[in-house]
Write a protein that binds this ligand. Structure first.
Ligand code: C2O
Ligand code: CU
Ligand code: CU
Length: 521
């Protein structure tokens, strides 16, 4: 049997070398900040413990699979604040309300440094899970913050320097659902009728153990592509449903794979929300491209089906744009990735219509009164900040620069509460020796945005509606975002959410500074 220790040696020689390197670098930046409690006598509404630990799950016949998982427990507050997914290695779904004060004790029991980031939430700097706050095995980190964001499907995952891809892949991730009054008034399907669906791809060896980056250098350039599709940590996932309406809370929790989501029977996807909450009104879409880190809120009405097999959620085939010499991702790739390159079609999940039920729930046509930011508010309308993404000699670059733990450049300073235009470009046909033609899902911490415009000859289907924190750039595309920055000052990240790209350095700090601080410099 392969032991947990060996799981990580499966990453291969090159990766093992990298691991040793980063581990020694991690020993120093440990901060004692958290020994002091940041609570100032304010009592939390919800207090949780999340423990990251090596464990095993039974996914296939034969040997159980060694994983790294978040295990959760409610210390204070409603027990429903944590929803445990059955037989899943994923972290429990955290369910809280806007306005609540949350305290989370993170206990790190995995044999590596780690820290948790709350993807999409606005939290004070020390609560955001920047890699510089990573704590070693056996240590803990205390989070204490207020939920200031509107209802939405946020999520949590590790964010240690250079090892995020590895740890998320190992099983560490979970949904963080926030509810608020506006959403509650709509009376959308809830309880058994609201289904969290985290979509991920993984590779396994013959002994059912996870295999990471076995394809070596090419896997690092494209990001890891697994050939087994998991939903909520389970292969061959089936939802048993009744003939009524459901709310599906989808997250692309994959390291690098893009999904082109659709129902196999040609029904439209009725999308009611995206990354950070509900849209103004529902939208029917033939399919939706969902990049790593992006979320989708789907209204699925099964009332016109009869009992038996229902629709299948699939990912349709698409062109990644890498049609040149890397065509189909065949060059130098591992066995696994060759079976299912990015853009290959496959099934994600089946719906089994198990019972008839006569309930009539109408989909509200007005979902949210949340307004987009106004272009007039942008302080840099004449001169948008421009970011060009590239890969060079195994390094991910943003405007030619790679991530450095504490580095922030002159042109990476932003005022708190500012509205700005940010423009990202994924250049096409940059096929130098180490150049790549790959999608880049760009993500900002401490901010949310609207997509203003998108250019490039891609075939469409992007999820550009509503408030977002992650935006997908296919090869050759450029997006303009109207970004609303948060109120908490500090050193925050923006990066590619292809986790192998982020780990390879396609990540930078930006500094959010309050107005008075801006005048000092
Ligand atoms: Cu979901 Cu900086 O990450
Ligand atoms: Cu984030
Ligand atoms: Cu990328």
């Amino acid at each position: 049997m392969i032991t947990r220790r060996q799981l990580f040696s499966l990453a291969g020689g090159a990766a093992a070398g990298l691991m040793t390197h980063s581990l020694s670098a991690w020993a120093s930046p440990f901060r004692g900040l958290n020994a002091v409690t940041p609570v100032n006598g304010v009592q939390p509404d919800v207090e949780l413990r999340l423990t990251a630990m090596p464990t095993e799950v039974s996914l296939f016949k034969g040997s159980p699979t060694a994983v790294w998982a978040y295990r959760g427990e409610v210390i204070k507050g409603r027990p429903e604040s944590l929803v445990h997914l059955k037989d899943s290695f994923l972290g429990p779904v955290i369910r809280v309300r806007k306005g609540q004060r949350i305290r989370i004790h993170f206990e790190n029991q995995i044999p590596a440094s780690s820290i948790i980031h709350w993807h999409g939430l606005h939290v004070p700097e020390e609560m955001d899970g920047h890699p510089r706050f990573a704590v070693p095995q056996g240590s803990s980190y205390l989070y204490d913050f207020e939920i200031v964001d509107r209802a939405g499907a946020y999520w949590y995952h590790p964010h240690p320097h250079g090892r995020t891809g590895h740890q998320v892949y190992g099983g560490m991730a979970g949904l963080f659902l926030v509810n608020d009054d506006e959403e509650e008034a709509l009376d959308l399907p809830s309880g058994d009728y609201e289904i969290p669906l985290v979509i991920q791809d993984r590779s396994f060896n013959m002994d059912n153990q996870l295999v990471y980056l076995a394809g070596g250098m090419m896997d690092r350039m494209t990001g890891h592509m697994g050939d087994v599709i998991l939903v909520n940590g389970r292969p061959r996932f089936t939802v048993r449903a009744a003939t009524r309406a459901y709310r599906l809370r989808l997250l692309n929790g994959s390291n690098a794979r893009v999904y082109k989501l659709a129902w196999d029977d040609g029904s439209p996807l009725t999308v009611i929300g995206g990354d950070s909450g509900l849209f103004a009104q529902p939208q029917d879409r033939p399919f939706v491209l969902l990049g790593p880190g992006e979320r989708l809120d789907v209204w699925a009405d099964f009332s016109r089906y009869s009992t038996g097999p229902g629709p299948i959620l699939v990912s349709r085939g698409f062109d990644t744009g890498a049609a040149g010499m890397m065509g189909g991702g065949r060059m130098g790739r591992g066995m696994m990735s060759r079976i299912l390159p990015n853009g290959a079609p496959f099934q994600i999940m089946k719906v089994d219509i198990a019972k008839k039920k006569k309930v009539h729930i109408r989909l509200p046509q007005r979902l949210s009164r949340q307004r987009p930011p106004s272009l007039e508010d942008a302080t840099n309308r004449r001169q948008p900040r421009r970011f060009e993404l590239s890969m060079f000699h195994m390094h991910g670059l943003i405007n030619g620069r790679s991530f450095r733990m504490n580095e922030v450049a002159e042109d990476e300073i932003v005022r708190t509460d500012a509205t700005e235009i940010w423009e990202f470009t994924n250049p096409d046909g940059q096929m130098g020796m180490m150049g790549m033609n790959v999608p880049h899902p760009m993500h900002l911490h401490g901010a949310q945005f609207h997509v203003l415009e998108r250019s490039g000859a891609y075939q469409g289907g992007h999820q550009d509606e509503g408030w977002k924190d992650t935006v997908l750039l296919m090869p050759g595309e450029r997006v303009r975002l109207l970004v609303r920055f948060g109120k908490y000052s500090g050193l925050l990240l923006y990066h590619c959410h292809n986790l192998e790209h982020g780990d390879a350095g396609m990540m930078r700090n930006y500094l959010l500074k309050a107005d008075q601080e801006m005048k000092i410099i």
